[in-house]
Every structure is written in C-alpha cells, then in structure tokens.
Design a protein around this ligand. Structure first.
Ligand SMILES: Nc1ncnc2c1ncn2[C@@H]1O[C@H](COP(=O)(O)OP(=O)(O)OP(=O)(O)O)[C@@H](O)[C@H]1O
Ligand SMILES: [Mg+2]
Length: 256
C-alpha cells in the first residue's frame, strides 16, 4: 500500500494519516509514514511530540559536474534508499517509522538539498518492504508535481465546505496530469457533521467517497494536548472511522 493524503490546508490530512499509519502498523504491517511538509503535523498525530530524527545530510544528493550529462541533481550513489530510511527515520509508537524531509535550521540551502534527497529516496524505494503513508502539504502544488509520484493511491481529504470542495475538485482533475504514474484517486470526507454532507462531497468533487470521518471534538482536544488521537481517544468516532478506512483499503489491496 502506498498512499498519499492530499487536500486543502486544515482539512484533516495529518490527523487522518497519522491515525491511519498507526492502525495499519497495529495490523502487523511495516509502515513508513512520511511528511513532506516543513511544518510538523504528522509527527504529532503519530504520537511523536518531540522529533529526534536526524536530518538528511546535504551530501545525500550530488550536483552534476561540469561536462557531465543528466539531471543537475541526483541521489548520492553511496546512499541506498533502504538504508537511508533506516538511518534517517525515527521509530514512532506501534513500530511505525517516520521520515521527514528536513528541519528549517541553519542554511536554507541545505534544506533544499535535503528535500531533494527525501524525494529521491522515496521515489527509489522499491515496493514490497514498506507500506508508505504520506502526508502532503495543503493545497494543490505538491500533490501531482513529483511529490506524490511514489504513491499508487491518492486520498483527497475534503471537508463539507465550499473552499474544500473546490480544492478537492482541482486535485481530482490534476490526477490526470501525471499519466506516467497512474493512480487511484479517492475521496475521504472529513469533519462530517450532518446527513447529506457525504453526498455533497461526492457530487462536488465527482469521485467516490471511500470513507467518512465525523466531526469530533476529541481530535481537537488531542491536538491541544499534543497527543496522537489514537492514544488520547482510541474509541472516539473519528478514530474508529479511520480504522474502518484502513480495513476497507486493506481488504481491497489484498483482493486486487
Ligand atoms: N474530524 C475532526 N473533527 C474535529 N476536528 C478535527 C477533525 N479532523 C481534524 N480536526 C482538527 O482540525 C485541525 C486541522 O487538522 P489537521 O492538522 O489534521 O489538518 P491538515 O489537513 O493536516 O492541515 P495542514 O494543511 O495545516 O497540514 C486540527 O486542529 C485538528 O485537530
Ligand atoms: Mg497537516
């Protein structure tokens, strides 16, 4: 399973993806949770309040030398993607490994290199060893412009609001712009409050809604306390809804 959560800022991507990753790991699957947002979000929802991950060093990518052919930047051939994950990720609860692209410390140029290294590592990670769950930054910029190319399933997180529907629609359209990396694109309804919200989202985005997470105060409270939703309120309706989503997608992956 290689899935990326995308959607408008604040839609619930981090809360859902962190809970999703933890639930999948509890089933015994090896899970790599990746955050390609410079602001921490996924770490908190996984239950890693303090992130001890070592930054990906700037020599993990190398620049083309004068006279050489090929792209300007590439992964240092000494960096094996499997080892890179072991070295630069940290262990979150339930055995989830967590990898992010870097920290905004020191020279911003290094962060740029670390971002590139992160992308190379994820894109070169051969399938099989890891289930990858990615939390992409809000908006439409990253989802289909290389950052999500490792994914085979894109889950667009959509709230029942006009702006969220609009970004959901745009993201759904952008999925067709990456024909070299065909993906399954589905919608997760988030912060659902009333009857009719799911139908409104389904109609508004024009794609199947595969799961619906209800509005749940416990999630906001978990965030205030800097705790993972699954630790703070394991039986709250939102966490149970994410667990159903994992179940549904796991069944489909096994049977497909
Ligand atoms: N189902 C829900 N019910 C109530 N509050 C929720 C729900 N899901 C998320 N929230 C709250 O909404 C806020 C945004 O959630 P979250 O950080 O998961 O969104 P995001 O899409 O990752 O945002 P960003 O784009 O900023 O990374 C948080 O305060 C979170 O606690
Ligand atoms: Mg987030």
């Amino acid at each position: 399973m290689r899935l990326a959560f995308v959607g408008k800022g604040g839609a619930g991507k981090s809360a859902i993806s962190g809970t999703f990753a933890r639930t999948l790991a509890r089933q015994g699957d090896k899970v790599l949770a990746i955050d390609s947002d410079p602001l921490p979000g996924l770490a908190f929802s996984l239950g890693l309040a303090i992130d001890h991950s070592p930054p990906i060093p700037d020599d993990a990518v190398i620049e083309r030398k004068e006279g050489e052919d090929g792209p300007r930047w590439r992964l240092n051939p000494d960096v094996d993607p499997f080892d890179a994950v072991d070295r630069w990720s940290v262990e979150a609860p339930d055995g989830v490994r967590f990898l992010q692209f870097g920290k905004i410390k020191g020279d911003p140029k290094n962060l740029w290199r670390s971002q590139m290294a992160f992308r190379f590592i994820i894109n070169k990670l051969p399938p099989g060893r890891w289930n990858v769950v990615g939390d992409l930054p809000g908006g439409t910029r990253q989802a289909f412009t290389g950052w999500g190319s490792w994914a085979n399933t894109i889950l667009i997180v959509v709230e029942p609001t006009a702006k969220s529907l609009l970004s959901g629609r745009r993201l759904a359209r952008m999925a067709d712009l990456d024909p070299e990396n065909p993906k399954r694109v589905l919608v997760v309804a988030s912060k659902v409050r009333q009857d009719g919200d799911i139908e409104m989202i389904e109609k508004g985005v024009g794609l199947e809604v595969i799961g619906a997470v209800p509005w749940d105060e416990e999630l906001a409270e978990a965030e205030r306390r800097q705790l993972a939703p699954i630790d703070f309120a394991p039986d709250c309706p939102a966490v149970l809804a994410v667990e159903s989503l994992v179940e549904r997608l796991s069944e489909e992956t096994v049977s497909s």
